[in-house]
Design a protein around this ligand. Structure first.
Ligand code: TRP
Length: 325
């Protein structure tokens, strides 16, 4: 029996190559090793101000991109949180055993409360409880996340422990899985690649657009002229080469950049070709899924159905132990 893994995916608009290298690519690898459940967390997303007209597109987009990037619905479960009502049902129950003091300590809450002063709602405060419910509903043991979510998983463990002590052994304590996520800088070479800064290459970017973005991307800024020797160590695009180019190409660039045998344009062309090659099948699969919304919706409903079965049995056990029959 494989260990069960659970992770949540924010339904944010565009997914970029930084997200791919930092998270999705690792998840795809984990499908071999774990029984994987991936959840598009729309109920989490509504804790901050959003445009209702855009939400459906964001949810379907997140599903399509992640499936296209390798979360194959034949080999893992992918579904939408709000399709399985037991998430919020269990969250309510867990709210009753979660101390306010623990939630007040959450750094993400403090950050978001600062960012969204005009909308500090109770959902934002109990966000980590819903996250704990997501995981515990499936008795998930492994949770792949980024560094910023570790505190939430610690809290999920405490909540599991507290429930088990109060009502009897029910939930395993979930463990975070941190994979060394490369820090991918944006095309400005200065700040982390991010959606809001617009310094990114989308996972479904067209070849023309990939080239357009790369052609103006910042390289080694000390290299002013074509004849100046370059320094790959401080060139952001060399980092991207390390992720997208072949070993021989990387080794060669490492030499011919330093000797100025190759200029930045030529170097960018090689990178562009390799990124295009890596992303083409993802983009094609994505476009096919987005066009064929019935197929996408079938996938998500099939995923939710499998989750419902597991969720129902956990909720029956939980209610019985709590005396709620
Ligand atoms: N809070 C997570 C994030 O912002 C998303 C998330 C929701 C999640 N539920 C989860 C992650 C359960 C892991 C497990 O990235």
């Amino acid at each position: 029996m494989k260990k069960r893994l659970f992770s949540g995916i924010q339904p944010s608009g565009d997914v970029h190559i930084g997200n791919y290298l930092g998270a999705i690519k690792n998840w795809v690898r984990m499908i071999e090793q774990y029984e994987c459940i991936f959840c598009i967390v729309d109920y989490h997303a509504i804790t901050i101000e959003y445009e209702p007209k855009e939400m459906q597109r964001r949810i379907l987009n997140a599903a399509a991109v992640n499936i296209a990037a390798g979360l194959d619905p034949n080999r893992c479960i992918i579904f939408v949180q709000s399709h399985v009502a037991e998430h919020t049902e269990l969250a309510w129950i867990l709210n009753t055993i979660t101390p306010m003091g623990h939630l007040e300590r959450m750094t993400q809450f403090k950050d978001k409360a600062k960012q969204h002063r005009e909308n500090i709602n109770a959902g934002l405060f109990t966000y980590p409880v819903l996250q704990a419910a997501d995981i515990l509903l499936y008795k998930g043991k492994a949770v792949p996340i980024g560094e910023d979510q570790v505190q939430h998983i610690e809290l999920a463990r405490e909540i599991a422990r507290k429930f088990n002590m109060r009502y009897g052994e029910t939930f395993p304590e979930p463990q975070e899985v941190l994979s060394e996520a490369p820090r991918i800088m944006g095309l400005d070479g200065k700040t982390k690649m991010s959606k809001s800064l617009g310094n990114y290459i989308s996972l479904v970017e067209t070849p023309e657009s990939i080239w357009k973005k790369l052609s103006t991307a910042v390289t080694d800024e000390n290299r002013k002229r074509r004849t100046d020797p370059g320094n790959p160590e401080i060139c952001n695009l060399f980092t991207l080469h390390k992720h997208f180019s072949k070993k021989e190409q990387i080794d060669r660039i490492n030499v011919v950049c330093r000797s100025a045998e190759i200029g930045c344009i030529e170097c960018k062309k090689i990178l562009s070709e390799n990124i295009v090659e890596a992303l083409t099948h993802i983009r094609c699969k994505y476009e096919q899924l987005i066009k064929n919304s019935d197929q996408l919706s079938d996938i998500l409903h099939a995923g939710a159905k499998k989750c419902k079965d597991i969720a129902n049995s956990t909720m029956a056990e939980v209610k019985k132990k709590m005396g709620l029959v």
